[in-house]
Design a protein around this ligand. Structure first.
Ligand code: FAD
Ligand code: NAP
Length: 535
């Protein structure tokens, strides 16, 4: 086989499609029993995208984007999963996907210049190229709370939600965590359950989504200029086409700032963070946005102490992924919802009957862990990956992940990572970043076909320079000021480095395009045996 792809989320699906276009033979190995990745696993109530569906979708095929109709401004998980399935069927991808197949290890056989993958069932799959499309947010993380296993009721993780319907009617439910997943799930669970207790360690900033049914005119306006708008989105920092304000928050007066923030709060969604150009680089500018959101929280939440506890104060707004909700803060006005502030009274243990904090025990029938993921590196390091001379990726990344352009790590020939650490990935509209990485890898493989190269590998100096550059760019922003999963802080013992590339999707694309135009500068190629003999 020319290539093996691990993962059948959006990245793996598009990669397979592109490889077929190059005339290459390829197979996807996928742990789940269907396509969809994130949208296969995250079936919790309220799950939906936070990038508008007109943009959180593939752009590579015009007929696809014209034909598909989204029912809401922000589609919910079942609809996005239907879309992933539609893509798989429309492009006849399933015949090259092996489901229920988890990859345990991938080893580079230097003599044969082949990757040998071993599945957890003990099968071996061999290919020249190995493309990891394993996802940035696919390794779900359960917290190390003492007694977790002792709980007698039902437990769930948002990122591993059951496929059968979960009915919380009449139950006392606890949700641990208040990140994006919890903030989406809490309003829905509150409506269903007898009582909901939310265990919050760190409050997050959330912006109302103002989600609504798709407006026909809005859809038509996008579809009339889809190619042009997609092209434009690719040049932007986040890969999302929404109104950007070029002004600093500090160069307008307080009244003008208030107008801008109010308009964007009313509009809904992550465009709030584009209210001014310097919200993520200037603390004083950021404070004005954070203060605005805290005032909204206090205006919505009636109980003073609860409102205070919900107001984030320990990180600049936006430096943890901004959340987007449907009625989140309003939920705390319900009589059947209690917020427990773990900063005051940390969780001591999970008991057979519930959760115990310093203040006492909360009796529960079910616990939802909305405790996130071992992001960006978790799925990759969950496999044992060994490259040249048997050196492992875990060793190469002992001090934090390093990769040239976030695509290839030195010492791992023909091994590619789609939206790997060091690329814009999770800071962007992931569909834009996935398409850009897949296209780059496809172009690189076409270049190898044309030049008769057997292997490609990131040059060590190029990797070092890229990692240095990515680190410097991050330091110019407020992002490193937050204890976020971007920094690896949520996983005990994980090296704390800012993992995604924050230079922006447009800038990153320009850099990649320049590198490709210069014959894939920074990548080293070895010729195939036949080419070497001919030479
Ligand atoms: P994934 O969809 O994560 O797919 C990876 C696949 O690899 C999975 O199916 C997994 O089972 C498989 N896999 C992993 N390891 C192995 C192994 N060892 N062997 C075999 N198979 C393996 N991004 C946005 O831009 N906008 C959003 O609104 C948005 N919403 C999100 C909501 C949630 C709840 C989450 C968790 C993430 C969200 N994201 C969002 C990020 C999202 O992950 C990406 O948008 C995108 O779906 C990632 O696609 P992917 O194919 O790269 O990875
Ligand atoms: P997350 O942002 O990492 O949030 C995890 C939550 O669990 C945090 O509140 C964390 O608190 C808490 N937590 C973890 N361990 C805990 C413990 N031992 N005790 C108490 N609390 C604990 O994870 P997520 O909400 O699943 O979101 C991850 C990412 O997925 C998002 O940032 C986003 O990129 C993506 N996502 C997007 C959407 C969307 O809107 N489309 C929805 C869901 C997810 P601390 O902060 O104190 O660690």
């Amino acid at each position: 086989m020319d290539a093996v792809i691990v993962g059948a989320g959006f990245a793996g699906l598009y990669m397979l499609h592109r490889l077929r276009g190059l005339g290459m033979t390829a197979t996807i190995l996928e742990a789940a029993d269907d396509v969809g990745g994130t949208w296969y696993w995250n079936r919790y109530p309220g799950a939906r995208c936070d990038v508008e569906s007109m943009q959180y979708s593939f752009s590579f095929d015009d007929a696809l984007q014209q034909d598909w109709r989204w029912s809401e401004r922000f589609a919910a998980q079942p609809e996005i999963l239907r879309y992933a399935r539609h893509v798989a069927d429309r492009f006849d991808l399933r015949r090259d996907i092996r489901f229920d197949t988890r990859v345990a290890s991938a080893t580079f056989d230097e003599t044969a210049a082949l990757w040998r993958l071993r599945t957890t069932a003990g099968e071996e799959v061999v290919a020249r190229h190995c493309i990891m499309a394993t996802g940035c947010l696919s390794a779900a993380r359960l917290p190390d709370i003492p007694g977790r296993e002792s709980f007698r009721g039902a437990t769930y993780h948002t990122g591993r939600w059951p496929h059968e319907p979960v009915d919380f009617t009449g139950l006392r439910v606890g949700v641990i965590g208040t990140g994006s997943s919890a903030i989406q799930a809490i309003p829905v669970i509150a409506e269903q359950s007898a009582h909901l207790t939310v265990f919050q360690r760190t409050p997050n900033f959330s912006i109302p989504s103002r989600n609504r049914a798709m407006d026909d005119d809005y859809e038509a306006s996008w579809k009339a200029r889809y190619a042009e708008r997609r092209r434009h989105a690719r040049t932007l920092r986040t890969g999302i086409d929404y109104p950007l304000n070029p002004l600093s928050a500090l160069e307008v007066d307080a009244a003008a700032r208030e107008r801008e923030y109010t308009a964007r709060w009313e509009r809904g969604g992550t465009a709030f963070m584009a209210s001014f150009s310097d919200l993520l680089t200037n603390q004083a500018a950021n404070d004005t946005a954070a203060d605005f959101v805290r005032r909204q929280i206090r205006a919505i939440v009636q109980d003073r102490a609860t409102a205070d506890a919900l107001c984030p104060t320990n990180h600049p707004i936006g430096t943890k992924r901004i959340c987007v909700d449907s009625g989140y803060y309003e939920t705390y006005n319900r009589r059947n919802v209690t917020l427990v502030d773990l900063r005051r009274t940390p969780i001591e243990a999970i008991t057979p009957d519930g959760v115990r904090t310093g203040e006492g025990e909360y009796a529960l029938d079910a616990i939802v862990f909305a405790t996130g993921f071992d992001a960006m590196t978790g799925a990759l390091l969950g496999m044992e990956i060994a490259g040249r001379d048997g050196a492992t990726l875990a060793r190469h990344w002992a001090a934090g992940p390093t990769a040239y352009l976030g695509l290839m790590a030195t010492g791992f020939p023909n091994l590619f990572m789609i939206t790997g650490p060091g690329s814009p990935s999770v800071l962007s509209n992931m569909m834009v970043s996935i398409e850009q990485h897949v296209d780059f890898v496809a172009d690189l493989l076409a270049h190898m076909q044309a030049s008769g190269a057997a292997t490609v590998e990131a040059d060590a100096a190029a990797e070092d320079a890229w990692v240095r550059h990515a680190g410097e760019v991050a330091q110019r922003t407020l992002y490193p000021h937050a204890n976020s999963w971007y920094m690896g802080v949520n996983i005990p013992g994980k090296p704390q480095v800012f993992m995604p590339y924050i230079g922006g999707v447009g800038t990153y694309r320009e850099i990649c395009d320049g590198i490709a135009a210069r014959g894939f500068e920074g990548f080293r190629f070895t010729p195939s045996a036949s080419r070497a003999a001919a030479e």
